[in-house]
Design a protein around this ligand. Structure first.
Ligand code: CA
Ligand code: CA
Ligand code: CA
Length: 461
């Protein structure tokens, strides 16, 4: 393992050195031919196709940073336990899972079950209206997220029941695909739920490349927005703007499936507090604060600042896996089709990062996330009917497609879309509606060979 890792780092270094030397030039000054299409994360790319593909540190960190990354790596793997305990104390009283990686499997995606170890689905909750900052209105007694597990002596807020109904879609060549529509019901609430509650089921997305995402300038995200669809292609992406409770300001949203969080610090601190019931300097109160199950203990942070900061630094500095099969004729044909049927109207292939003075590897990079980080109406089939800041009940952030071809390796059984309903890439595409309806219909009409080519392109990412 060590040996192979060293080899992949050496290869990365050989490839990244000339790239980083070229970095003094401004983005956009490069002729296409200067680029290696494998470098999905620019200098922050790693060459590994194994089940650990999402778990590598970016190059170019100093000794302090490497230490912080390693502290974070340990931290995200730790399972929390009921207080008092000598280590990792403070789970709950109510929670959704016991560690980061039990939801984000192998630093990758999760699976769409609920209420079990290793299940990665959580339910966001609200009632109609919005809070003082334009965000979702929390349900009294439940807050903005459902915790479906509890430590001994406490009751989960409710249990989640998921059932699926299937229907079949047929391609013109006769090949069929089964699509499953999920239905969610909450059972055994610890107190009655209001009649008009709304829920948004969400499955854990991968961790890697997030330092790059954090570093894309706001103006280059807005450059892709087209709220009134002035170019008439049926696609009208818009940015989400959210309240950051730590910085106490309104900011562009980048993280979360509706771009509902602005910074990695808030995202990770909220994961500790809401997903695991673990308090920190960012969120010093338990998720159950103010509820009847609140344990009444005036909590100090249950994790030291170094653990929270380490976890943030860890996800910031995970490298993006390199693209594969870049010279494969079928995949290249698929790339043309991806353009032709306007998948790239939302899945923007190329973005540029700005400057991060603390990290050269994340600065001024040409990257290939295949997302515009914008919100799009995806139609009634994918709707959760729960607004989240500026995102309506039918809008979702374009899912990044980098690394998607490796989900089978990192997850065993891969699951796609915000709630994991899709089991194959074909299923995921067939669920596209709303602004993506034209692309979806064009996909459905492709010849067998073109359809397979498109899928093989996506699997090369
Ligand atoms: Ca706790
Ligand atoms: Ca809650
Ligand atoms: Ca447009």
């Amino acid at each position: 393992m060590k040996l192979r890792l060293r080899k992949t780092y050496i290869i990365t270094a050989i490839i990244c050195l000339p790239v980083s030397l070229m970095m003094c030039r401004k983005a956009g000054e490069f002729p296409e031919s200067d680029y290696d299409p494998r470098l999905s994360g620019g200098a922050a790319t790693v060459f590994d196709e194994s089940n650990r593909a999402f778990s590598h540190m970016i190059e170019g960190l100093n000794a302090n940073d490497i230490h912080a990354h390693e502290v974070g790596d340990g931290g995200v793997e730790q399972s929390f336990v009921t207080a008092p305990a000598p280590v990792n104390s403070g789970l709950g009283p109510v929670y959704s899972n016991v560690s980061c990686v039990s939801c984000h499997h192998n630093d990758g995606k999760g699976n769409p079950t609920a209420g079990f170890v290793n299940s990665s689905l959580l339910i966001r909750l609200s009632i109609p209206g919005s809070d003082a900052h334009g965000g979702p209105l929390a349900i009294p007694g439940f807050g903005g997220q459902l915790q479906d597990l509890a430590i001994y002596g406490f009751q989960p807020e409710a249990k989640v029941n998921i059932s699926y109904t299937e229907h079949t879609e047929t391609f013109p060549d006769g090949e069929t695909v089964n699509l499953r529509t999920p239905a969610y019901t909450l059972t055994n609430p610890y107190i009655p739920l209001p009649a008009d509650y709304m829920m948004s089921p969400r499955m854990a997305p991968p961790f890697f490349g997030l330092g790059l995402i954090q570093n894309i300038t706001e103006s280059s995200i807005l450059a892709h927005a087209d709220e009134n669809d002035s170019n008439g292609d049926g696609i009208s992406g818009k940015a989400n703007y959210v309240w950051d409770p730590y910085l106490q300001q309104r900011m562009i949203g980048r993280f979360g499936l509706k771009a509902n969080t602005a910074t990695l610090l808030t995202q990770v601190a909220a994961a500790y507090q809401q997903d695991m019931g673990v308090t920190s300097y960012v969120f010093p109160s338990e998720s159950s604060y103010g509820q009847s199950q609140y344990d009444g203990i005036n909590d100090d942070a249950e994790i030291p600042d170094s653990v929270l900061n380490g976890a943030v630094f860890y996800v910031k500095t995970l490298a993006v896996p390199a693209r594969r099969n870049v010279k494969d004729a079928i995949a290249l044909r698929g790339e043309q089709i991806f353009k032709q049927i306007n998948c790239l109207g939302c899945h923007t292939p190329t973005m540029y990062t700005g400057v991060d003075v603390t990290c050269k590897t994340l600065s001024n990079q040409r990257i290939h996330p295949y997302t515009d980080l914008l919100l799009h109406d995806m139609g009634p089939g994918l709707a959760d009917n729960r607004p989240d800041y500026l995102a309506t009940g039918t809008e979702w952030k374009t899912a990044p497609l980098w690394g998607i071809g490796l989900f089978e390796k990192t997850n065993g059984i891969p699951f796609y879309l915000h709630d994991g309903r899709a089991r194959t890439i074909e299923e995921a595409i067939l669920w596209h509606g709303g602004e993506a309806e034209n692309s979806r219909n064009a996909f459905k009409q492709l010849s067998t060979a073109d359809r397979k080519a498109l899928i093989s392109f996506i699997k090369s990412l």
